[in-house]
Ligand binder design. Structure first.
Ligand SMILES: C[S@@+](CC[C@H](N)C(=O)[O-])C[C@H]1O[C@@H](n2cnc3c(N)ncnc32)[C@H](O)[C@@H]1O
Length: 205
């Protein structure tokens, strides 16, 4: 079981946002896809707090999928499916056999920052296809706002991420918003979280 200290710190505030946006739908069973699930800490906590959602974790890395499996086994959680290999930069037709209009929620935590813009575009295109009408696409992380990154420690974070891969870096909210709109997703809410992190909540029209 991998352990991310950041996931341990932020799962609770993320859970509150999810509970808030899903409150009016908690009377029915929902289906959520998580992209780039990483260790699996988030999906397990979300499932424990929101039993009305069936969660499909996914990651491109085998080590992450093994960690998610270990969390599922250790917690005996029934509403988290076994993780699937999903490369979010691939066209949605290759997203682990998920069909059009099959998800109520797609969530990506700290994924778009560690991805090229091409991958971010792929994620948005895929969300536009795989979400049901009225479904939610939720992303969490640090972003540039109108091309500007604040405060300076986030500029540093952007530089560190770009050192890992020059194609990665903090995406600009307005660029994401425009691309999302072109794919039938409207930016409905932006929730300010700790340390300049934000949750962007898009709804499929
Ligand atoms: C920064 S980590 C975030 C992990 C987790 N969501 C969290 O916040 O703790 C980014 C994750 O995305 C995965 N990832 C990177 N590129 C991906 C891609 N193209 N498709 C799917 N997952 C990807 C990585 O393997 C990694 O687990």
């Amino acid at each position: 079981m991998l352990l991310s200290p950041q996931a341990e710190r932020n799962w609770e505030s993320l859970c509150s946002v999810l509970e808030d946006v899903l409150e009016d739908q908690s009377h029915r069973q929902l289906f959520a896809l998580e992209l780039g699930s990483g260790t699996g800490q988030h999906v397990i906590r979300f499932a424990q707090k929101m039993p009305f959602v069936t969660w499909q974790p996914s990651d491109i890395e085998e080590a992450s999928r093994e960690s998610i499996k270990a969390y599922i086994a250790a917690t005996h959680i029934q509403t988290v499916l076994q993780p699937v290999h999903l490369d979010a930069s691939e066209p949605w037709e290759k997203w682990a056999g998920l069909s059009k209009n099959s998800c109520d929620i797609i969530i990506a935590i700290n994924l778009l920052q560690y991805s090229s813009f091409k991958t971010a575009q792929g994620v948005i295109n895929g969300a536009g296809k795989i979400l049901k009408p009225n479904g939610l696409f939720i992303t969490y992380g640090v972003y540039a706002v109108n091309g500007i990154i604040t405060p300076s420690r986030n500029e540093q974070l952007d530089a560190e991420i770009r050192k890992l891969n020059p194609e990665w870096g903090l995406p600009d909210i307005d660029v994401l918003r425009q691309h999302a709109f072109g794919n039938g997703l409207r930016l409905e809410r932006m929730v300010e979280m700790e340390d300049y992190y934000k949750c962007l909540i898009f709804r499929k029209l």
